[in-house]
Design a protein around this ligand. Structure first.
Ligand SMILES: Nc1ncnc2c1ncn2[C@@H]1O[C@H](COP(=O)(O)OP(=O)(O)OP(=O)(O)O)[C@@H](O)[C@H]1O
Ligand SMILES: [Mg+2]
Length: 235
C-alpha cells in the first residue's frame, strides 16, 4: 500500500532522513521504533506531505505522492494523527470530529456511519460529545485525535506516538483499539518510542536510528532481538 524508496529529507542543512526505504502492506500494522530525534515524526510528515522529500520516492497504492499537497493526500486515504494530538481545544468533541469529514463530505451527506464507528470504538467520546477539547484528559484527547483521523475515512492511518504521556493502563486500551481499527480494515503505520507496546501489536517493524533504518523484521522477532532488547526494551 505504501512504499518509500531511498527517501531523503532535509531541514536546511540538517539531513534528517537518509535514503529511507520501507513498505507497509495493505491490511497490516507496521511499526517504526526509535529513540528521541531518530526521525520518526519526520517520516510521517514526509508521507502526509507536510514536509518535502527530496526525491520522487513515496508511493501510495502505486501512485507517487511526493509532490501532492497534504489536503489531497487526506482525500487519497491517508490520515495522520500527529504527535501531541493537536486537537482543537476550543471546539467540542463533536465539532472536532465533524471538521475531519470535509475531505469527502458534500452538502447533505450523512456522517452518521463514521460517527457511529468512532463512538463504538471510543464510548467516552460520546459521553463527552459536548465538552470542549481542552477539558479532556490526555487519554481522551488521544482518543479524539484518533477518532478525528478516522472521520476522514482513511485506508492508511499514521499514528505518531499514541502512547506519549499516557498511563500504562490507558496505553494498553489504546493499543487494543488500534488493533480493532486494523481488524476492521484500516492499515496502520505506527511510530513509537514505546517499543514494547508498538512491537506487541505490529505485524512488521523497523528500527530507525539517526534517520536510517538499522533493523527490519516481524514485530515478534524484533521483540526477541538482543540489540532491540538492549537499546529499546530496557533489558
Ligand atoms: N523543524 C525542524 N527544523 C530543524 N530540524 C528538525 C526539525 N524537526 C526535526 N528536526 C531534526 O530532525 C531530526 C529528526 O527529528 P524527528 O522529530 O523526526 O524525530 P523523532 O524520532 O520524531 O523524535 P521524538 O521521539 O523526540 O519525537 C532530529 O535531529 C531533529 O532535531
Ligand atoms: Mg516525534
Amino acid at each position: 500500500m505504501l512504499k518509500l524508496q531511498q527517501c531523503d529529507v532535509y531541514y536546511g542543512q540538517i539531513h534528517a532522513l537518509h535514503g529511507l526505504s520501507f513498505e507497509v502492506a495493505a491490511g497490516k500494522i507496521a511499526a517504526i521504533i526509535g529513540s528521541n530525534g531518530a526521525g520518526k515524526t519526520t517520516t510521517l510528515r514526509a508521507i502526509s506531505g507536510l514536509i518535502p522529500a527530496s526525491s520522487k520516492s513515496i508511493m501510495f497504492e502505486g501512485e507517487p505522492i511526493d509532490r501532492i499537497k497534504p489536503e489531497k493526500i487526506v482525500k487519497m486515504g491517508i490520515a495522520h494523527v500527529p504527535q501531541g494530538r493537536r486537537i482543537f481545544p476550543g471546539l467540542t468533541v463533536r465539532e472536532n470530529l465533524n471538521i475531519a469529514t470535509s475531505s469527502w463530505k458534500k452538502r447533505g451527506m450523512s456522517i452518521d456511519k463514521e460517527l457511529d464507528r468512532v463512538y463504538t470504538l471510543f464510548p467516552k467520546l460520546q459521553e463527552r460529545e459536548k465538552q470542549l477539547g481542552w477539558s479532556l484528559s490526555g487519554g481522551e484527547q488521544q482518543m479524539l485525535a484518533v477518532g478525528r483521523a478516522l472521520m476522514s475515512r482513511p485506508k492508511l492511518l499514521l499514528l505518531d506516538e499514541p502512547s506519549l504521556g499516557l498511563a500504562p493502563k490507558v496505553v494498553e486500551e489504546m493499543f487494543e483499539t488500534i488493533q480493532t481499527i486494523n481488524k476492521e480494515g484500516t492499515t496502520v503505520l505506527l511510530v513509537e518510542q514505546n517499543a514494547f507496546a508498538a512491537l506487541s501489536i505490529a505485524d512488521y517493524g523497523y528500527v530507525l536510528d539517526l534517520g536510517e533504518i538499522v533493523l527490519r523484521d516481524t514485530g515478534a522477532s524484533l521483540m526477541k532481538n538482543e540489540m532491540v532488547q538492549a537499546a529499546y526494551l530496557g533489558e
